[in-house]
Design a protein around this ligand. Structure first.
Ligand SMILES: CC(C)(COP(=O)(O)OP(=O)(O)OC[C@H]1O[C@@H](n2cnc3c(N)ncnc32)[C@H](O)[C@@H]1OP(=O)(O)O)[C@@H](O)C(=O)NCCC(=O)NCCS
Length: 198
């Protein structure tokens, strides 16, 4: 199944708030906060935080390498920045992509990284619950899926706490966890088409 960046229609509205967090497309939010996105990313992508992540995320980044890294991510996915509302501090990154399930429904694939400085404060759980609530408000999203290395106990726990269940056999060392947002549209595309038009 092909995975691609979010369609423009979904991307343009991928913005939400939770009790403590504001989440929005990373360039937009960096501009609003008047922060240099490359600096923010270089700070967050530490060796420790990226250890179990795909190779392209790993290692230490300078502001220059982070700038290239941002371009690479923009080319393959929809990227969000997570900001702590009270302090205005960026505290995380979200990567979103979509895989079509039918002509009217998609699976949203999520990935996330929380700034080491705020680990253990429930931020990831709050973020993923916020993402799920956002997906429930959007038409056309049937499932949300996160791929996670089983050794990443923190991330597995986050997904479990948010109601995700493991699916299928483990492949390439990573488990997939999925949450059904809405039941498949059984009667054909008609009902789903109507939802997409809402
Ligand atoms: C994994 C990660 C997202 C967790 O973020 P966080 O904000 O610290 O998570 P939370 O505070 O919401 O914790 C949620 C649960 O996970 C547990 N947890 C968090 N980190 C853990 C760890 N390293 N080992 C075991 N459990 C952990 C918490 O105790 C909590 O469970 P509890 O409520 O039962 O006590 C964060 O450590 C991170 O960004 N790591 C690097 C990037 C990464 O791994 N991303 C996920 C890729 S799939």
């Amino acid at each position: 199944m092909a995975v691609r960046a979010l369609s423009n229609e979904v991307r343009s509205v991928c913005e939400f708030e939770t009790d403590r967090l504001r989440v929005a497309p990373w360039h937009e939010i960096a501009q609003r906060l008047e922060v240099d996105l490359a600096q923010v990313i270089a700070r967050m992508l530490t060796v420790r935080a990226t250890l179990g992540l795909p190779e392209s995320w790993q290692g230490e980044h300078t502001v220059e390498s982070a700038s290239d890294w941002i371009d690479d991510r923009d080319a393959e996915a929809s990227m969000l920045l997570v900001v702590e509302s009270e302090s205005g501090q960026p505290v995380g990154i979200v990567v979103l992509a979509e895989a079509p399930i039918s002509t009217t429904e998609v699976d949203i694939r999520i990935g996330y990284l929380i700034d080491e400085d705020v680990w253990g404060q429930g931020m990831a759980t709050e973020l993923v619950l916020g993402l799920v609530a956002w997906a429930r408000r959007r038409p056309g999203i049937r499932t949300v899926t996160g791929g996670v290395d089983p050794a990443n106990r923190g991330s597995v726990r986050v997904l479990e706490k948010c109601g995700f269940d493991p699916i299928g056999p483990p492949n390439t060392g990573a488990h997939e966890y999925q949450l059904e947002i809405r039941s498949p549209s059984v009667e054909s595309g008609q009902s789903a088409d109507r939802r997409l038009d809402e």
